[in-house]
Design a protein around this ligand. Structure first.
Ligand code: SF4
Length: 161
């Protein structure tokens, strides 16, 4: 009985995972297609400092109208736990906040090669504006066409060293 239950559970999970990959693939194609016509307003710079903040305080945005309906929130919380092992911490405005079950004590991702797309692309470059970053995050955004202050400073420092 327990073997049958586990087989069914893993089969369902496999179907969800494959469905998720196909969905992510279509999103990737869509992003590439849009980039042919419009370049993002901001460019992402910097790199991960492994503070663990984004894995421990993950914020996933829901459309405002959805965040007023308890059953939709329940569904997303279930789905994010089932699909990504994200543990629900609470809701702030229309932001669902989670802690990931895969982050280790030393802020490493225990499924790094298989981490979901949202982690691979974080912080995601958007067409307009840029996502809010945690304090101490090593990433930052600069407006396209503007000089990067940090890079300019580094270049100038090297000149005089
Ligand atoms: S899957 Fe990995 S990278 Fe993504 S939130 Fe969890 S620990 Fe962080």
């Amino acid at each position: 009985m327990s073997f049958l239950y586990k087989t069914v559970q893993w089969s369902v999970r496999a179907v969800f995972f494959v469905g998720g990959w196909i969905f992510e693939l279509t999103q990737r194609v869509e992003d590439k297609f849009i980039c042919l016509f419009k370049r993002p307003e901001y460019i992402r710079k910097g790199g991960c400092q492994m503070s663990g903040m984004c894995c421990r305080n993950l914020g996933l945005l829901l459309p405002k109208a959805w965040s007023r309906r308890a059953w939709i929130i329940r569904y997303f919380v279930w789905w994010h736990r089932y699909r990504y092992k994200f543990h629900f911490l609470g809701i702030v405005d229309n932001l669902l906040v989670y802690e990931c079950g895969y982050v280790t004590k030393d802020n490493q991702c225990s499924i790094y090669p298989w981490r979901p797309r949202l982690c691979r692309e974080y912080p995601k470059v958007q067409l307009w504006d840029f996502p809010k970053l945690h304090k101490g995050c090593g990433f930052y955004f600069i407006q396209r066409g503007r000089a990067d202050f940090a890079e300019t400073l580094e270049r100038e420092k090297k000149k005089f060293s």
